[in-house]
Write a protein that binds this ligand. Structure first.
Ligand SMILES: NC(=O)c1ccc[n+]([C@@H]2O[C@H](COP(=O)([O-])OP(=O)(O)OC[C@H]3O[C@@H](n4cnc5c(N)ncnc54)[C@H](O)[C@@H]3O)[C@@H](O)[C@H]2O)c1
Ligand SMILES: O=CCCC(=O)O
Length: 482
């Protein structure tokens, strides 16, 4: 087993040279180029990757479990290096990056340990001289496409069930965060996972769509696509995947409501809101997007929230005092700023906005200050779209019926959160919310053991838990005459 050297990034840069076609990867805290990486821009390179994936022997289940167990150990052994790489290219604070490495590793462990089994079926009268059962088989080579916001976790919760189920996979990481993907691959290979069983095709935004995505979706040998990203991209990939009838999982965007009733424990709700809103500077698909607070407790909630927001420290994620890092790109900063401006023009009130130091303003980094808005209404763009930035947008409500209707009045249905101490209401509202996941007096809901995914335009399928492995398996039914 490889020992921790502190030099994983150097290993990555040596093992994955840019080659003749390359694109720059930038540090969002400074805007400077960290590395040039390969930019796959011709169909032949993608087809060759598929050919290699199609020839991979699935090994037996025990071998796969052992490889995954070693990969898990290597992930934890290299936690500091992996976190450093994620902070460099995604901007998230080091402490959050370490948390993400542990979170990602927990998926590897979960799928290394999970038993895969079919079932026996009692023969019906119409087939009374038979024995019936099912076996689970690998679905076939998988195309995995991931975003930049959790560069390890979003990839690993696809790769590890794909491999545990006996499939080869090709990962197309986000253009912004390929180095994290390369680092994971090096460790996977060190763990014995064959080179062709986990391949990576890195590409810039244009080539990802025009070349890598198109060729993978059109190739009949790719039997599965698992995508995490925006809803529009998911729709396009679903349409392309339909032409070769691939099994598809889509983990898409959200617009999570956080509902706080008048009987809630306010301190618990404020803490939940801080985590749900400001984790990864608000750049999470399950981030709290619309805060609905009962009008009776609005003022107290807002002043408590403002106090907590004031102590957030914006900065370079490599500085261990930073609690809010930069956004991923300058475009993201401009988008969030435009959402805030248009809300203010439409009548929202600015309760608090941190100021960025001169040093940060001159850094070239993509920083946006934590912001608290009240008086937000459902017709404002900020409540209709994913904010994906450190902006808490608050509205009020008076009745349960009204707030549930408003919470559901969105095409999205990923996560929802509610805080109340009324147990009957808690059950009632949780059942009535149109979301794949509901946090009850809790905003930290993600775990490898739990099924993650959405309804409506937030996607199809689940990742994690036993549901997650089914996405990478086919069920074969066997009928034996006796
Ligand atoms: N539901 C979830 O589990 C989940 C998790 C994380 C992020 N997200 C969502 O992801 C979005 C943010 O990530 P993003 O900005 O990177 O999203 P994005 O859709 O722009 O890109 C995501 C990935 O898909 C690739 N891609 C996009 N279109 C493609 C195509 N046609 N062919 C091949 N590859 C293609 C991109 O290169 C990138 O790797 C947000 O909407 C967020 O909610 C969802
Ligand atoms: O960005 C969305 C995924 C975050 C998570 O897994 O908690």
């Amino acid at each position: 087993m490889t020992q921790k050297t502190g030099g994983l990034l150097a290993r990555v840069l040596a093992a994955f040279p840019a080659g003749p076609n390359s694109y720059p990867v930038r540090n969002p805290a400074t805007g400077s180029v960290i590395a040039q990486v390969a930019n796959v821009g011709n169909a032949q390179a993608v087809t060759e990757a598929v050919e290699r994936a199609a020839l991979v022997h699935p090994h037996n289940s025990a071998d796969r479990k052992a490889m995954l167990a070693r990969w898990y150990s290597l992930f934890l052994l290299h936690i500091d290096d992996l976190a450093h790489i994620a902070t460099l290219e995604s901007g998230k604070p080091l402490a959050e990056a370490k948390g993400e490495v542990q979170y990602a590793a927990s998926y590897i462990k979960y799928y290394a340990d999970l038993e895969i089994a079919g079932k026996t079926i009692i023969s019906p009268h119409s087939l009374n001289k038979t024995r019936l059962w099912t076996v689970k088989q690998p679905v076939g080579p998988c195309a995995l496409i991931t975003p930049w916001n959790f560069p390890y976790a979003m990839a690993v919760r696809k790769i590890s069930p794909a491999i545990a189920a006996g499939n080869a996979c090709i990962l197309k990481p986000a253009p912004e965060t390929p180095l994290s993907a390369f680092a994971m691959k090096l460790l996977a290979n060190d763990a014995g996972i064959p080179d062709d069983a986990f391949q990576i095709l890195s590409a810039d935004r244009q080539n990802a769509v025009d070349v890598v995505g198109k060729v993978l979706m059109a190739d009949t040998r790719i039997r599965k696509v698992s995508f995490t990203g925006s809803t529009n991209a998911g729709i396009s990939l679903m349409q392309q995947a339909a032409t070769t009838m691939k099994k598809a999982s889509m983990e898409l965007g959200g617009n999570a409501p956080l509902i706080i009733f008048e009987d809630a424990d306010l301190n618990q709700a404020v803490d939940g809101c801080m985590f749900g809103k400001f984790r990864n500077a608000g750049q999470a698909c399950i981030a709290v997007n619309r805060i609905y607070i009962h009008s009776k407790i609005h003022n107290e909630f807002v002043s408590k929230l403002a106090e907590k927001i004031k102590i957030l420290r914006v900065g370079d994620g490599l500085n261990n005092k930073t609690t809010v890092g930069p956004l991923i790109t300058k475009t993201s900063v401009d988008r969030v700023a435009a959402l805030v401006s248009s809300s203010l023009e439409s009548g929202a009130q600015l309760v608090f906005q941190s100021s960025l130091s001169n040093e940060l303003q001159a850094s070239g980094g993509y920083f946006y200050p934590p912001t608290l808005l009240t008086n937000v209404t459902d017709d404002m763009e900020i409540f209709k779209t994913e904010i994906f930035g450190p902006v808490a947008a608050v509205s009020t409500f008076d009745t349960e019926e009204d707030v549930v209707r408003r919470a559901n009045d969105t095409p999205f249905g990923l996560a929802a959160y509610l805080f109340t101490n009324d147990i009957a209401r808690l059950h009632r509202v949780a059942e009535n919310l149109e979301a794949g996941m509901v946090g009850l007096n809790e905003c930290a809901i993600s775990a490898a053991v739990a099924p993650f995914g959405g309804v409506k335009m937030s996607g199809i399928g689940r990742e994690g838990s036993s549901e997650g492995i089914e996405e990478y398996l086919e069920t074969k039914y066997l009928c034996l005459a006796v």
